[in-house]
Write a protein that binds this ligand. Structure first.
Ligand code: GDP
Ligand code: IMO
Ligand code: MG
Length: 426
């Protein structure tokens, strides 16, 4: 069975967790390939809600091997708390595999994240303050510390000292803060975390390839999303990794030829947390409606999400940069009570009609969305189980989106629950 990728097509929180859980049913392995606990993926099973930050969303199934790949940045404290939470709710986490090559997040990364945000003032990025950026920065600077370093206390300590030689100068001289104590960190990571992490530490590249070679279904679960991608997103208002489907290759250690199903998870409208451009953002009562009815508050940080109409320009870009083979539309039910629904079909820039995303961000900041307005369906679709039971207007909305995006819609979410979705595939 080939490899499948679930990837967010907007600014995150599209419902990747729910659809990963759904697709995982037919898989044997679910792999996170980037990001860290800046992610918050919600699964609702039999009315019970699970919020996952690091553990792959397939963990709820007994038959799945959940894998945290080399491209992920891991805060052991958060991972262990998540394992405890899952165990206390009867979920077996013993199969969880953690890449020895994944980089570790330390408290000083989180401190630097918060300090850097303050330093940016009005230009702040609105990060989750989880230390994601500083950890990836250390990785790129080659002073990062990997999970495997925990297995050799001498190496761990030497690397920690090297990292702190620079970090402590920055903390003291740039931010006027106290230096970090290496002994304290070493005790925490080696004595407290390592004994519990050790059974999970593995060669995940080998594991994934053994699975692929045995014909198993391997599902790669993206965190964040296309427009938060370090290379393709609305830089600098992005995260520090590559959530786009290509990020699977370095982030999990598989070549592109293994991947042939790429599912773009796409909300029926658009949301964003944090700063940055957002052409279809709404500041009116419809925006408030989407926040309220869609419960658009961050899974982790509780921050209110900015909301706006569906943006087909963004969706077309996501199809291109991810090579999407199909789309899953989520949260269609949130639009249930609206009289009309709008879709941004292009951008107007000084009288010019743009069908595709402008590469220059100043242009993106200056565009005005061009909308098509469609009739709403004014009906509760959360209990609909078959496509043919959808109101005609909802079908029309989806058909219009499909035509605009240029990629087939194969699944549609009509509620948060595991069973609240419709199959659209032919
Ligand atoms: P993720 O980060 O992409 O996994 O998404 P989040 O979990 O942060 O946010 C998506 C929210 O929408 C969660 O609360 C989900 O339970 C919920 N959700 C997912 N799909 C649907 C859907 O089709 N309808 C509704 N009403 N809620 C959904
Ligand atoms: P999931 O996987 C939504 C946003 C932050 C900020 C920017 C950079 O749940 O979709 P970071 O802490 O990564 O350096 O913050 O990225 N962000 C997310 N927004 N969903 C997420 O994850 C996000 N992860 C990061 O709000 O704007
Ligand atoms: Mg989320």
């Amino acid at each position: 069975m080939p490899a499948t990728v679930v990837v967010g097509t907007q600014w995150g929180d599209e419902g990747k967790g729910k659809f990963t859980d759904l697709v995982a049913k037919e898989m044997q392995m679910v792999v996170r390939y980037q990001g860290g606990h800046n992610a918050g993926h919600t699964l609702v099973v039999d009315g019970e809600s699970f919020k996952l930050q690091l553990t792959p969303s397939g963990v709820l199934y007994d038959h799945i091997v959940p894998v945290i790949g080399n491209g992920v940045v891991v805060d052991p404290k958060v991972l262990l708390a998540e394992i405890d939470m899952l165990n206390s709710r009867g979920i077996d986490t013993s199969r969880l595999a953690l890449s020895g090559n994944a980089h570790l997040i330390f408290p000083y990364h989180q401190q630097l994240d918060a300090l850097h945000e303050r330093h940016l003032g009005a230009g702040k990025l609105g990060t989750t303050k989880r230390g994601i950026g500083p950890t990836y920065a250390d990785k790129a600077m080659r002073v990062g510390i990997r999970v495997q370093d925990l297995l050799d206390p001498k190496i761990f300590r030497a690397k920690l000292d090297t990292a702190l030689r620079h970090t402590n100068v920055v903390l003291a001289k740039v931010y006027n803060r106290l230096p970090v104590d290496a002994d304290e960190i070493a005790a925490q990571y080696l004595d407290e975390y390592l004994p519990r992490l050790q059974p999970h530490i593995n060669d995940t590249v080998g594991l994934i390839h053994e699975g692929l070679e045995a014909g198993q279904g391997v599902l790669f679960e993206g965190a964040q999303a296309t427009f938060l991608d370090l290379d393709h997103g609305t830089y600098p208002f992005v995260t520090s990794s590559n959530p786009t489907a290509g990020g699977v290759c370095p982030g999990a250690g598989v070549g592109p030829k293994h991947i042939d199903r790429i599912i773009g998870i796409t909300k029926a409208y658009v949301t964003r947390v944090g700063s940055g451009p957002f052409p279809t953002e709404l500041f009116d009562e419809v925006g408030d409606y989407l926040v309220d009815v869609g419960h658009e508050y961050g899974t982790n940080t509780g921050r209110k999400r900015r909301c706006g109409w569906f943006d087909a320009v963004m969706a077309r870009f996501a199809v291109r940069v991810n090579s999407l083979t199909e789309i899953a539309i989520t949260k269609l039910d949130v639009l249930d009570q609206l009289e009309t629904v709008k879709v941004c079909v292009g951008y107007d820039h000084n009288g010019e009609h743009l069908k595709h995303l402008p590469y220059h961000q100043s242009v993106l900041h200056a565009v005005t969305p061009i909308y098509e307005e469609l009739p709403g369906w004014k009906a509760d679709i959360s209990g609909v189980e078959e496509r043919h039971d959808l109101p005609r207007e909802a079908e029309n909305y989806l058909a219009f989106l499909e035509e605009q995006i240029g990629c087939p819609i194969h699944m549609v979410g009509v509620g948060p629950g595991r069973r609240q979705f419709l199959h659209f595939a032919a």
